[in-house]
Design a protein around this ligand. Structure first.
Ligand SMILES: [Zn+2]
Length: 261
């Protein structure tokens, strides 16, 4: 079985490496140089690139990696990423080629989920208890709505929340501590959140990634997945200055509040 390693890029991006003792696939290589350094240091051969969405901090390293390695590049069919060789989208037929990224060296099949909201064609890769979700679901937070709408994002997050609770969540950025600060403002009575904050603070003090997260802890602590909780509805209503009831309005209010937090 392959295992997963984080490579730091830019200020707070993670490039995820799926690897065994001689092969590596990378998810969202925004920058090629830390990836090339890692491959050389570990004596690994690159075998695939997977992109979740078109933002440059997720795809900017594709071209330079392709100058060194000829590999398939998987990416969203509904976004324009010039280096993508295998455009993918969610398919009803769960075995179909266009709905899966298959990495034969690892016998690993990752199913594609369409999760628009952060960008219009954003996809996630899910399989073997791993979820690579780019900038859609973050640990204790979610991505900004650059191209999509609140109802789309609520739907996309619900799709991810419905995955098995032990699914490992590998997202694109180390935003966890800041996200928890916001979550505690929105839902101060959540005991699981208080415990999570202490754990995350200890990890960050040692500069250890707070990821992967998992679906169970996100369900328990991520305010953007908890828009039906009375305390969150109450506080979002105070922020909005009017009573809110439906989950999409609560979500949209939280997203706006977080943007100004
Ligand atoms: Zn992004």
């Amino acid at each position: 079985m392959p295992y997963i390693v984080a490579i730091h890029a830019f200020i707070d991006n993670y490039i995820w490496v799926i690897r065994d003792h001689c092969h590596a696939a990378v998810v969202d290589p925004g920058d090629a140089s830390p990836v090339l350094d890692y491959l050389e240091q570990e004596k690994l051969k690159l075998i695939a690139i997977l992109n979740t969405h078109h933002h440059n901090d997720h795809v900017g390293g594709n071209a330079a990696l392709l100058r060194e390695f000829t590999v398939p590049v998987y990416g969203p069919a509904n976004e324009s990423i010039p280096t993508v060789t295998h455009p993918l989208k969610e398919c009803n037929d769960k075995e179909s080629a266009e709905g899966n990224a298959y990495i034969p060296e690892f016998s690993l099949s990752l199913r594609v989920l369409d999760i628009p909201g952060h960008t219009a064609g954003h996809i996630a890769y899910y399989g073997a208890n791993l979820l690579f979700c780019g900038d859609t679901l973050f640990a204790c937070g979610c991505g900004r709505l650059f191209e999509g709408t609140a109802p789309q994002m609520v739907n996309s997050l619900q799709k991810l929340t419905d995955l098995p609770k032990e699914t490992g969540v590998y997202c694109g950025h180390e935003y966890t501590l800041n996200n928890i600060r916001f979550a505690r403002t929105v839902e101060p009575g959540n005991q699981a959140l208080i415990e999570r904050e202490a754990k995350v603070e200890a990890l960050r003090k040692q500069n250890i990634p707070t990821l992967p997260s998992d679906i169970a802890i996100e369900r328990a602590t991520n305010p953007f997945l908890r828009c039906d909780q009375p305390e969150i509805i109450r506080n979002a209503s105070v922020y909005a200055g009017k009573p809110l009831s439906d989950p999409v309005s609560v979500f949209a209010t939280l997203r706006d509040w977080k943007n100004h937090f």
